[in-house]
Design a protein around this ligand. Structure first.
Ligand code: CTP
Length: 402
């Protein structure tokens, strides 16, 4: 059985699709999962707790406290108990509450305190599903690191036809099974990631930096963490923080500081991803006081910074994998391939500033990946999360056979 011993907390909300939660519960239990159920207050109008309790062979919770017995349901414990919190169906209403942190029933309180991964399967009418508010809320949940099981298309309860149907329970089961399989891929592996820009101080109030947002590094950190890896991120100031609770983050400022902290973690890392946009040069001297405006021109002497990827590439141990990035504006492939060689990378991810929607600040990226053995692949313009998953898959498949 695919879900043997897995603890699944199933949330059910007020939607006509709530009846499908009964079938879903049966499928999960049949695959060996231990299931506890939380219903929102309005879910009670659509399906009875007795049905779900019978099928799950476990308790069904729907209130903070049972007024008859005085027993309090501990929502924190429920979240701690679960390996996965699956909310199917999630109504537009509960979705909005999750997105805003509203905590007015046991289900929403459990969501806020849950430390386990959360998967939501929306169900609503066509026009509701298309509404920008719903789309924004779904995106918000995805940004929190929750997994969204997109609604399927077909006939809806209103009689309309289109996207909005709860994903079929069999398909939800496939996603749940795949989730648990994938969460083992990098179990026990240590991943070290540099991410974001560095800041090179000129004086106490000014610095030299670049436009790196850290979005790509954060997406890679998330992708590894979701596959069970032990991830450490060395993060430049102001860069996007990955949200997965297991990821360790060390915030640094300058290239030198990033090097020192990265070096400490390098020897025990199995896989290192150098996604940071490290300043190549730094002011030779940092003024101790704010530099005052004087002449029409001023000069700052810059000296070369340490090249973190190059320095650690020299110390690379047998079996250790190094992944590099190259952001280029011209002669892209040539520069990327020479960095692959020079910095002892196993693979390098090339972004070209000439591609629309690629590079700094964007949520999307279009990359080419070059491997040490000469093979390569090029993506379309994809969301950075998709690019991150692809990079992680490439690392998993090393040495690559394309
Ligand atoms: N890198 C690094 N430390 C540096 C400079 C770059 O670790 N001081 C890493 C980046 O994180 C990236 C790779 O090296 O993985 C290539 O970075 P890039 O800035 O494209 O290359 P540079 O070697 O700095 O070359 P140039 O700026 O001349 O293109």
């Amino acid at each position: 059985m695919h879900l043997d011993g897995k603890k699944i907390l199933l949330g059910v909300t007020g939607s006509i699709a709530a009846y499908k939660a009964a079938h879903l519960t049966r499928l999960l239990v049949k695959e060996g999962a231990e299931v506890q159920i939380i219903m929102s207050t309005s879910a009670l109008d659509f399906i009875t707790p007795l049905t779900l309790a019978t099928l799950s062979k476990g308790p069904v919770h729907h209130q903070f406290a049972d007024s008859a017995t005085g027993v309090w349901t501990n929502h924190v414990e429920l979240g701690m108990w679960a390996d996965l919190f699956l909310v199917a169906p999630i109504s537009a209403n509960t979705l909005a509450k999750f997105a805003q942190g509203i905590c007015d029933n046991l289900l929403t309180a459990t969501y806020l305190s849950a430390k386990c991964p959360v998967m939501v399967a929306p169900a609503m009418d066509l026009d509701m599903y298309l509404h920008p508010a719903v789309k924004e809320n779904l995106q918000r949940l995805a940004d929190f690191g929750n997994i969204i099981l997109e609604a399927e298309s077909g006939e809806l309860a209103s009689g309309l036809n289109g996207q909005g149907r709860l994903m079929e329970p069999e398909h939800i089961l496939e996603h749940v099974t795949q989730f648990f399989q994938e969460s083992q891929t990098f179990r026990g592996k240590k991943i070290l990631i540099t991410s974001g820009p560095t800041q090179e101080a000129i004086d106490p109030v000014r610095f030299i930096s670049n436009h790196s947002s850290g979005k790509m590094g954060a997406a890679i950190a998330e992708a590894f963490a979701s596959k069970g890896a032990d991830v450490t991120v060395i993060l430049g100031q102001g860069a996007k923080k990955p949200h997965h609770t297991g990821i360790k983050i060390h915030t640094v400022r300058s290239a030198q500081e990033m090097y020192e902290v990265t070096q400490i973690h390098h020897h025990q890392a199995d896989i290192c991803v150098f996604a940071a946009a490290v300043a190549d040069y730094t002011p030779k001297d940092i003024a101790t006081e704010k530099i005052k405006k004087s002449d029409d021109q001023m000069q700052i002497t810059l000296v070369k910074n340490v090249d973190i990827a190059f320095a650690l590439g020299k110390k690379k141990k047998q079996g250790q994998i190094h992944v590099g990035f190259a952001l280029e504006t011209e002669n892209e492939v040539f520069h990327a391939k020479s960095k692959l060689e020079k910095k002892n990378f196993d693979l390098i991810v090339l972004n070209s500033m000439r591609d629309q929607g690629a590079g700094f600040q964007y949520d999307t990226n279009k990359v080419s990946i070059f491997f040490k053995n000469g093979k390569s692949l090029t993506t379309d313009t994809l969301h950075k999360d998709e690019v991150a998953k692809l990079i992680v898959d490439c690392v998993k498949d090393l040495p690559i056979e394309i």
